[in-house]
Design a protein around this ligand. Structure first.
Ligand SMILES: Cc1cc2nc3c(=O)[nH]c(=O)nc-3n(C[C@H](O)[C@H](O)[C@H](O)COP(=O)(O)OP(=O)(O)OC[C@H]3O[C@@H](n4cnc5c(N)ncnc54)[C@H](O)[C@@H]3O)c2cc1C
Length: 221
């Protein structure tokens, strides 16, 4: 597998190539999958750039310690604006910073998202390949460990800031190309046309897998 990784602590600039076939920005739930799948082809050179550091931390490797990551240097530490409807309180908007992104700091709940979510995604994209029956095989491929089945519950997270669709509010099309910008694609939670009903990490893994599939098909790799 031909994949080069740069992160805040794993800088390997002395071994960097002058060029790459693909540069993936962000090693989170979706981006890691994109880079991994593209790099399965030994003829393809992939650079994965991650702003944060290593995931070799006890609080990442021991899932029970996930709350210790919130507010740490593995959290971007975003804060919402003070909300007048919440007595001026400022809510924390945690987001993973480091290899694995959110999947390194999160609660490890694996929830597919409801069939209606994926049907809605497909409808917004105008492409049945985003529908539930289409992504079900990818889910089944990922869900080979009993652990995931045993631990699955439901939860809720923000997403959708670069909505996939065809209306005026849409940022990317069904192939995740950003409207009006050549050569730029997005593959993460932001492209969901609405937040998945269950939780977001599993759908993000699918978004990464589909993104890699589309890139491979487009470039014949
Ligand atoms: C505390 C917490 C608990 C959660 N619990 C669950 C859960 O139990 N189950 C669930 O399904 N979901 C959960 N989530 C949500 C889930 O983890 C996210 O929705 C999912 O990881 C988002 O995936 P993504 O690919 O969109 O982005 P991310 O996984 O956030 O990855 C983005 C990556 O890009 C990197 N990056 C950003 N900017 C740059 C840049 N300029 N250059 C290079 N790299 C950059 C970031 O550091 C990050 O590693 C949780 C989230 C948090 C924060």
């Amino acid at each position: 597998m031909s994949i080069r990784l740069i992160s805040a602590v794993l800088t390997e600039s002395n071994t960097l190539r002058p060029d790459y076939d693909f540069i993936v920005c962000g090693g989170g739930s979706s981006g890691s999958g994109v880079a991994r799948r593209l790099a399965e082809n030994p003829d393809v050179q992939v650079l994965l750039i991650e702003a944060g550091g290593s995931d070799e931390s006890e609080t990442v490797l021991d899932p029970a310690q996930w709350p210790l990551n919130v507010g740490s240097d593995r959290d971007w530490g975003f804060q919402a604006e003070p909300n007048p409807h919440l007595d001026g309180r400022t809510l924390s908007m945690s987001m993973g910073k480091g290899l694995g992104g959110g999947s390194s700091v999160n609660v490890m709940v694996w929830a597919r998202g409801h069939r209606s979510d994926w049907e809605y995604f497909a409808d917004q994209a105008g492409d049945p390949a985003w529908g539930y029956d289409s992504v079900l095989d990818i889910y089944r491929h990922i869900e080979m460990t009993q652990f995931i089945r045993d631990s699955a519950v439901t939860y809720w997270h923000q997403s959708c800031t670069a909505k996939m669709g065809r209306d005026d509010m849409s940022v990317v099309d069904a192939s995740r190309k950003v409207y009006g910008i050549e050569g730029l694609r997005i593959a993460d939670a932001s492209i969901m046309p609405r937040v998945a009903t269950g939780n977001t990490q599993a759908p993000c893994a699918i978004i990464g897998e589909r993104a890699a599939h589309l890139i491979r098909r487009e470039y014949g790799i």
